[in-house]
Design a protein around this ligand. Structure first.
Ligand SMILES: [Mn+2]
Length: 231
């Protein structure tokens, strides 16, 4: 049996990620998608990247780019102002997890960052970090939408490809996956003391863990009849 499992925004919450991986035990037949924002804000970005690199050999792992990976990349390779910007948006926590010096970030972690991709799709779903333009091909989505635009500043119409979108980036402050029918929002605010979610998108199964190591399992709820507000 092969599964398609998407992980929401991790933001350095390695304890929660580790708990989910122990529970789910993804294997060689499973496609695992990281929705982006692996680093920043939480305490354990370095260990998070280690856990994700481990998934590369154990599963079919597709790490997407989030806006925080972009900020980190530009911070490390760009101007001083890019570094300052990253630090102000949670990069300080990431560097702290490497012992307080950006120079300590190992080469294989930088390589992992450079291998992250903008989007992924299956026959039924597509996956990207933040948001999309419904009438543009996935490869043509602008950076400011695919990496940055919150759902609360605009819930798009169903994409012309007819598939269900799976996105992160817009934190669901109550800790619950949001099902809008054509969009599944899976950032459940782990770094804000809520939950990290992993969703088997075909089975509609949700696993959630937090930084205390608690685990809960549920099903994706039916979408509301009337258009709902993204939190
Ligand atoms: Mn984000």
């Amino acid at each position: 049996m092969s599964r398609t499992i998407a992980f929401g925004d991790i933001h350095g919450c390695a304890t929660a990620l580790d708990r989910l991986l122990v529970e789910i035990q993804p294997g060689q037949k499973d496609t695992v998608i990281g929705i982006g924002d692996y680093v920043d804000r939480g305490m354990e970005s370095a260990r998070t990247i280690d856990l994700l690199i481990d998934l590369v050999s154990k599963t079919k792992f597709v790490p997407l780019i989030g806006n925080h990976e972009l900020m980190m990349y530009h911070g490390l390779y760009g101007e001083k102002s890019d570094l300052d910007y990253w630090y102000q948006h949670g990069g300080n926590a990431t560097v702290a997890s490497y012992g307080g010096r950006a120079e300590n970030i190992p080469q294989h972690h930088l390589q992992f960052l450079s291998h992250c991709v903008r989007f992924f799709e299956t026959d039924t779903h597509f996956f990207l970090h933040a948001n999309y333009e419904s009438n543009l091909m996935l490869a043509e989505q602008p950076d400011e939408v695919i990496f940055w635009k919150h759902l609360k500043s605009g819930v798009p119409a169903p994409h012309v490809n007819g598939k269900i979108a799976v996105v992160g980036h817009t934190p669901q402050h109550e800790g619950d996956v949001l099902n809008l029918g054509h969009i599944l929002a899976i950032d459940t605010y782990c770094y804000g003391d809520q939950w990290l979610s992993a969703v088997d998108v075909e089975a509609g199964m949700i696993w959630q863990a937090n930084n205390r190591g608690d685990l809960r399992v549920s099903k994706v709820e039916d979408a509301p009849e009337s258009p709902a507000e993204a939190e």
